[in-house]
Design a protein around this ligand. Sequence first.
Ligand SMILES: Cc1ncc(COP(=O)(O)O)c(C=O)c1O
Length: 398
Amino acid sequence: MFEKLELISADAILGLMAAFRADPDPRKVDLGVGVFRDDRGETPVLASVRTAEQALVAEQTTKTYVGPSGNPGFNQQMEQLVFGAGHPAVKAGRVRTVQAPGGCGALRLGAELIRAAAPDSVVHVSTPTWANHVPLLGNSGLKLERYPYFDAQTGGVQFGAMMAALEKLPPRAVVLLHASCHNPTGADLSQDEWRAVLELVKRRSLLPFIDMAYQGLGEGADADAFAIRLFSAELPELVCAVSCSKNFGLYRERTGSLHVINEGAKAADATLSQLVRLARGMWSMPPDHGAEIVRRILSEAALRESWARELEAMRTRITGLRHELVRQLRAQCPQRDFSFIARQRGMFSFFGITTEQVRRMRAEHHIYMTDDSRINIAGLRAENLEYVARATAQVLAA
Ligand SMILES: Cc1ncc(COP(=O)(O)O)c(C=O)c1O
């Protein structure tokens, strides 16, 4: 049977990782892979995670199943982290949360729920969006379409064009939005723009599906959840996929949550029963290890404080690097405006160079980024910022 399967070429990012590993040049810089790195270029286990994990290992008495909706304490803590304490939608019993294997699992489960409710739904995603949104949502059977988003001229959002496109959507169209730290562009909506989107979504009866993979890495844990909190207070329905991979550094532990806001408690119970059924059919039960670590961190004051400090340090490192990179680029290539990098948020930016220039950065300067010139800001280090800026100047001048 399998002899009929065609060989698929490796994912571009995996090829880039392999090429970087094989490059013997000591000056090499990896701006490709989407993980946070510290100034030594490492992605360490957070101290808060280490402490929670050690306690977990020492205290856990059983490995028996938890259940298809996951770790109840984790779900409860995640609701508070995402919606904030005392959110009206949570208080009204309109929110149902299930644990999922990472933000990816949450996105897929959300798509399956939408498909179960309305099989002909179309999900509208930004141009561009995170490449994995396409298979994660599309493989559920939902159709995907695009709305304009990134403005390459300004490095910001083409807000007028985005709104004009959303304005034309039929009622019940699904709109996928990035809560903060838009991947791959770093261009986020302002709070006023979110309010305008909310007004449009209400007027056109659209269903927003918000993906939050970087809570705390943009402006702070509360500010990054602004849209989710605003929308869930004002809309009858909303779907939110949340990842703990980046802000807890739990990547391989596959920890995330799906939150569905419903019109009322009765609808919410039906939604939860469907989520449980769908999860049973995909992964049966999500892995508990990462979720239990997060539960412990968020529910124990000292651990939570230590995690909040670590998250703040990650965020400040990224914003500091953004400003410093702009400063170095201004010094090395004053003819080109890179100031948009400092206005953007989160780990990613489009550097705005051509594919040919990307390849020269790699071949001549050992600086690795994807062909579309997406850079992971956290891949920079204080010691190589000037090198990257100089290399950029050389490649742009050629
Ligand atoms: C925009 C976006 N959504 C969701 C995810 C899901 O991450 P994970 O499944 O690793 O939690 C990511 C990870 O890179 C992401 O960038």
